[in-house]
Write a protein that binds this ligand. Structure first.
Ligand SMILES: *Cc1c(COP(=O)(O)O)cnc(C)c1O
Length: 379
């Protein structure tokens, strides 16, 4: 039996049928029916981030998460400027590369993948190097699902009198960060297609107006200049979109925001995903698999399990067999040790998670994989 599989991946995620349906139309971005809807979406997104009216603005940018991260680095870190980047996973590595290739000077704090970045680490690095102007942090490290403690990191940045950029791409909408409560934060950035459960195509920054005004000369790119987006809005109106957007994705996003609010917003989404991740974690442990993270450090976005050391296991055949059972997971590993990962986000519920665990159990049986630790297999 083949069926369209459900996506158990950390973006693009499974979406509600109404979100998908909203894309099936032709739309003129500059039309007077579109403009007020676009402006309203921006206000709603600013509010979700805790941005304050007059102090923060929502700046949508065409494209994916990397694009909006690059735009924030270019806008708020001057060319040649030093930016401190705690690195405990794949997305930290990517941020370092984005900064370097944009002509900024990344200063990494290298942290083992299974550990969090701390406020103390950031405070120490800032005290050692007064030339670092900005700290840029991945909030939820998607590769590992380690959640960095943004409150204490933001406090350390504030105490040192430096600026902060938050890459909240994987967790925004579920894992809270209130930019209004953190004056050191220049921007928080995220995309349409992860915990907000919409389609890919739009990046968002919620950013400080005063800092956007102070950073008019930095970007070295028209496309990636967030301060130009503010300038454009002021010149042409908050409903005006600079350059052609993924407009169908924006229509889908509007529906996704309705669903987000109807569900109960960020607290409800965090509760659902946490329960999803808990079912996956406990269910796969009960199957005899070994989790990559200890339970107390396991975040709610994805769950990584060690690939069973039995030679009967191979990732792609495992993924293919799961797909035949209606469950689609990533066919690559994003941790130092070989793992497979199962996403807990998107329009998926407890019953979907139980189905996924059952399918994983059946698949391992079918492949003849013994699910014991390496030592036990050797014994
Ligand atoms: C998904 C993600 C991004 C961006 O990914 P794109 O593929 O460019 O959308 C950036 N940072 C984090 C933490 C992510 O999870």
């Amino acid at each position: 039996m083949t069926q369209t599989p459900l996506l158990f991946i950390p973006g693009p995620v499974q979406t509600h049928p109404r979100v998908k349906a909203a894309m099936a139309q032709d739309i003129a971005p500059w039309d007077n029916d579109t403009r007020p809807r676009y402006a309203a979406i921006r206000e709603r997104v600013r509010a979700i981030a805790g941005g304050r009216e007059g102090e923060h603005v929502c700046l949508p940018l065409q494209g994916c998460g990397h694009f909006i991260v690059e735009a924030a680095l270019r806008t708020f870190v001057p060319p040649g400027g030093k930016v401190l980047i705690p690195n405990n996973g794949n997305y930290g590595v990517r941020m370092i590369r984005l900064a370097r290739e944009a002509g900024r000077v990344p200063v990494a704090i290298d942290i083992p993948e299974s550990q969090v970045a701390t406020g103390a680490m950031v405070a120490r690095a800032l005290a050692e190097d007064p030339a670092i102007g900005t700290v840029s942090v991945v909030h939820s490290e998607t590769a590992t699902c380690v959640i960095n403690p943004m409150e204490e990191i933001a406090a350390a940045v504030q105490a040192a009198g430096r600026r902060l950029i938050v890459d909240a791409v994987s967790g925004f909408g579920a894992i809270p960060f209130d930019i209004g409560a953190h004056p050191a934060a220049d921007a928080i950035v995220f995309s349409s297609n992860k915990c907000l459960e919409a389609m890919p195509g739009i990046g968002f920054a919620v950013a400080r107006v005063d800092r956007l005004e102070a950073c008019r000369a930095n970007a070295g790119s028209w496309s990636f200049d967030l301060s130009d987006l503010l300038h454009h809005s002021r010149t042409f109106g908050w409903g005006s979109i600079r350059f052609t957007p993924a407009i169908q994705s924006l229509a889908a996003f509007e529906v996704a925001l309705d669903l987000f609010e109807a569900e109960g917003g960020q607290p409800a989404r965090l509760a659902r995903y946490s329960e999803n991740a808990r079912i996956l974690y406990n269910g796969m442990v009960a199957l005899g698999l070994t989790p990559w993270l200890p339970k107390e450090r396991q975040g709610p976005i994805i769950v990584n399990m060690h690939q069973p050391p039995d030679p009967a296991f191979a990732l792609q055949p495992f993924v293919d067999a799961l797909k035949r059972r209606g469950i689609l997971i990533s066919n690559f590993s994003t941790t130092d040790a070989p793992t497979f990962r199962v996403g807990a986000i998107g329009r998926l519920f407890a019953d979907d998670m139980r189905r996924a665990v059952a399918a994983i159990g059946e698949t391992l049986e079918e492949m003849g994989v013994r699910r014991l630790a390496k030592d036990d297999l050797a014994a």
